[in-house]
Design a protein around this ligand. Structure first.
Ligand code: SF4
Length: 336
């Protein structure tokens, strides 16, 4: 892998959940109910190379969106370091901060709620480039036309409001708004999850085209492995705040190492395994308020041994660019 554009070192993000009204009353009567800590991200190390697409996959509540927001600069990490282009994000000058804020853009899941319903598309797409001096007021209209064309939207529609577009078109407007400030790194958080399957394929193709045309780098977050398979060079699997496996996409799909990855993959319908029964992962993801000891996955893991609840597993290198976090990773590698 070439030198990383984005590097995360031991990132933790903890939220404090204050005691509710009942909890405060209970405290007054001497009950030991205090504030609770949500361990949303719990020691993540990741690198993303320039021009790479890294898929980040996990069940709802695993912390992947929180991690995406840390990468996009929307959340501050509780501890750990984030560096972008060799710069430590917590230690930027004002001008570096302004540049990095434009270079890293986020595309959200629900295009409708992330677009201002009172603004026309030309304002939604054209506002930021004008404010940041990427175009003048005279150039703004042509600039918006160019960006809309880039995402496959007819510039003639730019005076319409978001509600006058379909779901797929609205997501294209969201992508156009991000592209309008000439980003280099896109964080796509479940960006196609709300779309119909046929539209999902179109938007994935658009992301791929834009990557080639504009030399973009992506962190592509999804709960659906089959979606990220088509777009990602590598995939990182997240479980309860931790990355449990990261591998090149082909290797991960051919022979997943971590039991959680194996379980996720067994739930993906595959045309070459039409007669296979689906194997749902047993149980539900535990609460990040009280994560299990040792390996967080042990209450649900079919291979769990006593050591799994006692000690956190080490990160082992399976091969180049492939890491798995399991006490028995050397014995795993079952083809799904
Ligand atoms: Fe399963 Fe143990 Fe490996 Fe965790 S460390 S994934 S519980 S075998």
């Amino acid at each position: 892998m070439t030198s990383p554009l984005m590097e995360l070192r031991d990132i933790k993000k903890h939220f404090t959940k204050k005691a509710d009204f009942a909890g405060k009353i209970a405290q007054r009567f001497g009950a030991a109910t205090g504030d609770e800590t949500v361990f949303a991200v719990d020691g993540v190390n990741l690198t993303i190379a320039k021009g790479e697409v890294l898929g980040l996959v996990g069940e709802s509540g695993c912390g992947k969106s929180t991690l995406g927001r840390i990468v996009a600069g929307i959340h501050q990490a509780t501890s750990g370091d984030v560096s972008y282009g060799g710069l430590d994000l917590s230690d930027l000058t004002k001008s570096e901060q302004a540049r990095v804020t434009l270079e890293i853009q986020m595309i959200f899941q629900d295009p409708f709620s992330s677009l201002n319903p009172r603004m026309r598309v030309e304002q939604i797409v054209g506002e930021a480039p004008l404010v940041h001096g990427l175009c003048t007021a005279q150039e703004q209209s042509d600039y918006v036309d160019q960006v809309l064309t880039q995402v496959g939207l007819d510039p003639m529609l730019k005076r319409r409001y978001p509600h006058q577009f379909s779901g797929g078109q609205r997501q294209r407007i969201g992508i156009a708004r991000a592209l309008a400030v000439k980003p280099k790194f896109l964080v796509c958080d479940e960006s196609i999850a709300a779309l119909d399957v046929s539209i999902q394929a179109q938007v994935i193709n658009l992301f791929m085209e834009l990557r080639d045309r504009l030399d973009l780098t992506y962190l592509f977050i999804s709960h659906d492995l089959s979606v990220v398979q088509h777009i990602s060079d590598r995939i990182a699997i997240m479980y309860l705040g931790r990355i449990v496996e990261v591998a090149p996409t082909e290797e991960l799909f051919a022979a997943p190492n971590h039991p959680y990855t194996q379980a996720l993959l067994s739930e993906v319908p595959r045309i070459d395994q039409r007669n296979r029964e689906f194997g749902a992962i047993k149980g539900e993801i535990p609460s990040p308020l009280d994560p299990p000891s040792g390996c967080h996955f042990h209450p649900r893991c079919p291979f769990a041994q006593p050591i799994c609840s006692e000690q956190s597993p080490p990160t082992r290198e399976i091969s180049k660019d492939w890491k798995s976090v399991c006490h028995f990773s050397q014995n795993m590698g079952i083809v799904a």
